[in-house]
Design a protein around this ligand. Structure first.
Ligand code: GLP
Length: 249
């Protein structure tokens, strides 16, 4: 794993957007694995600006999102499909919405997860998978206890995740209690993985990811089993790392 510690979340977004743009330059039909949450928003703003200012061609780019809440229709303002359309997709003119995939959280969920895995197999592997990080160490919605062998599946969200995500809803009761998520095995199929995390509330999970043993207690630690992972964090998220590790970077 490669660890990069930067000053703040703006520098993290600048580096991540550059990595994404460089991949599209080399491979115009790149397959990107995208994430939701507050972490990638600044990165998406920079991608939108680049697409406008530099006429970047996204027409052949294919995207796969990590997860979706169960029970929210794609047009629900709190759904991850809505988030992606509004934070990124709708602002990139050359992007074809038909090339963007987000797991479906309504209808026959067993069928949905199977179809998503099938689609990923047909179109994949993902060239670059972007990940955020839950305060409890989850990646996508793979909560503590998730197995390394997991594929796209339905999960019960933990109390901690529901608490952490209530900021996006008017009240905690509105936060869905289940989600559909790519599994750990699914995520690890990507050729390259970049995880971003900023702020002190991510420091504990970052310590486990960087210094801890591989364990389902912190699903992010499964990334240690992949041979091309870059972790980009800010100084705040690095506060619990041993000085020897944070100084090396
Ligand atoms: C949600 C998403 C994750 C995301 C995490 C962190 O739970 N399912 O994919 O990484 O939130 O969110 P934030 O970036 O807002 O801290």
């Amino acid at each position: 794993m490669k660890l990069i510690i930067l000053k703040d979340k703006t520098e993290v977004a600048q580096l991540l957007s550059k990595i994404i743009i460089d991949i599209i330059k080399v491979k115009p039909n790149a397959i990107l694995g995208l994430a939701t949450g507050s972490s990638p928003i600044e990165t998406y703003d920079l991608l939108i600006a680049d697409a406008k200012n530099n006429k970047r061609d996204w027409s052949k780019v294919v995207t796969f999102n990590l997860d979706e809440y169960v029970g929210l229709t794609p047009d629900h303002v709190k759904s991850y499909r809505y988030f992606m359309n509004h934070q990124l997709f709708n602002h990139i003119k050359s992007l074809n919405l038909k090339n963007t995939y987000v797991p479906k959280g309504i209808g026959d969920l067993d069928q949905n997860v199977e179809e998503y895995e099938k689609l990923l197999k047909e179109k994949g592997p993902i060239d670059l998978q972007i990940l955020g990080l839950g305060t409890n160490g989850h990646i996508a919605f793979n909560e503590p206890g998730t197995l390394a062998s997991s594929k796209t599946h339905v999960v019960n969200l933990t109390k901690e995740t529901i608490e952490a995500n209530k900021r996006f809803f008017s009240k905690v009761e509105d936060v869905p209690t289940k989600a559909v998520t790519m599994g750990i095995h699914t995520i690890l199929q990507a050729k390259l993985i970049v995880l971003i995390a900023t702020g002190t509330n991510k420091a504990q999970a970052i310590r486990e990811l960087v210094e801890g043993k591989v364990s389902p207690n912190y699903p992010c630690t499964f990334l240690q089993n992949h041979d091309d992972v870059t972790i980009i964090i800010d100084e705040e998220a690095a506060t619990l790392l041993k000085p020897t590790i944070s100084k090396k970077n």
